[in-house]
Design a binder for this molecule. Structure first.
Ligand code: TXA
Ligand code: MG
Length: 347
């Protein structure tokens, strides 16, 4: 597979009749795939009602076909066009959190292509909070299936150049909207059960959901330690892997410093991903700072860029700080646990 990938100029105030947006929409109507920014990460879009177009997403990413896709919409009518019914709880959640980083699982009416839903009978839908994503959705006038626009297994892209690194020559085009804001993917919430279940923690936190829902639970399979496979099929695959092995270090800053010293004593070249607080406390030259440990939204925003920053040629191992699992920290630690080859804990 090799094709010319269009890179349009960065759009700061996108409209649905901008030339770049119209060209990208036309490619989508021609069953091609186009990457676009959302408020979470860049997505790789295709017409969600067209099986052949959706197939191209799986080919471009190298994605396993049993992993279903999120359908992006720009209005409620498109939600109705994809689902058997919109339960009252969904209406409340959409009022509270859309557009925004919350994906809802509905019963599918079969309008989404079968490879979008992986034959599950349900369909994942969200309305992204990004002017360029919304302009593209309106110009194409189709719901768009869009997974994160990375090669399968890699960290999700938070800039157009991350998309280019992974998918140049494999997709029809990339719309550039600069850096994404949230930095981690949407929360996936299953509302087909009596009690809503968080299948993937994300930008809308459990605490946020509890302001609207009387009860919400986290899929027990996410915590690990159970025999059950996670209900969100994508959660079982290796994910977000940087080029060098990542060790997730848990303990006091002094324990992190000891772990670093032990690596150096073995002659290993070490890269570090740390909060500014930890970075200030240790003496090392290859550190990527990912915001403050007291402001976990900063960590979320910069995490994927940090995971992409260390190249195989430069480091033997990446040591990464562990963060509290409150608020968006739950999503940060979910991704880091998946990215990690090994966890190192203070005894
Ligand atoms: O923020 C996001 O959600 C980004 C942007 C581009 O919108 N998209 C994204 O898509 O992260 P993706 O494909 O990388 O992740 C989709 C997740 C996977 O874990 C998948 O298994 C789950 O949603 N999913 C999709 N449809 C589902 C369904 N019907 N039932 C359960 N899980 C589903
Ligand atoms: Mg993904």
């Amino acid at each position: 597979m090799s094709m010319q990938t269009r890179m349009w100029k960065k759009l700061n105030h996108p409209q649905k009749n901008d030339e770049a947006v119209r060209e990208a929409a036309q490619l989508l109507l021609d069953q091609q795939v186009v990457a676009f920014p959302t408020e979470t990460v860049y997505g790789l879009g295709a017409d969600a009602t067209n099986k052949q177009a959706v197939q191209r997403i799986f080919e471009a990413k190298g994605r396993p076909s049993d992993n279903p896709l999120i359908v992006h919409v720009s209005d409620r009518a498109q939600v109705e066009s994809l689902t058997t019914e919109i339960p009252p709880v969904a209406a409340e959640l959409m009022d509270a959190f859309w557009p925004g980083p919350l994906t809802l699982i509905f019963h599918s009416n079969g309008a989404a292509a079968e490879n979008v839903t992986a034959g599950l009978g349900t369909v994942a839908v969200r309305m992204p909070d990004h002017p360029l994503a919304l302009a593209l959705l309106k110009a194409a006038d189709k719901p768009l299936a869009a997974p994160s626009a990375n090669r399968s297994g890699r960290p999700s892209p938070t800039t157009a150049s991350h998309v280019y690194q992974d998918l140049d020559g494999r997709i029809a085009g990339i719309l550039n909207g600069g850096s994404t804001g949230v930095g981690l993917e949407s929360t996936v919430l299953d509302i087909t059960a009596d009690i809503p279940v968080i299948l993937r923690p994300g930008g809308v936190t459990k605490e946020d959901l509890e302001t609207v829902l009387p009860r919400v639970v986290v899929d027990p399979a996410l915590a690990g330690g159970t025999e059950e496979a996670p209900k969100s099929p994508g959660m079982k695959y290796k994910h977000y892997a940087p080029e060098a092995p990542l060790w997730l270090v848990e303990g006091k800053d002094s324990f992190f410093a000891e772990t670093l010293a032990a690596c150096k004593a073995r002659g290993e070249r070490v890269g570090i991903i740390a909060s500014r607080e930890l970075a200030d406390a240790i003496d090392h030259d290859r550190i990527i700072r990912c915001g403050s440990r007291r402001h976990l939204s900063e960590v979320a925003e910069s995490l994927y860029g940090a995971l992409r920053a260390f190249k195989e040629a430069d480091v033997d191992v990446i040591l990464c700080e562990s963060f509290p699992e409150t608020g968006v920290g739950a999503a940060v630690m979910n991704r880091l646990n998946k990215a990690a080859e090994k966890k190192v804990k203070d005894q």
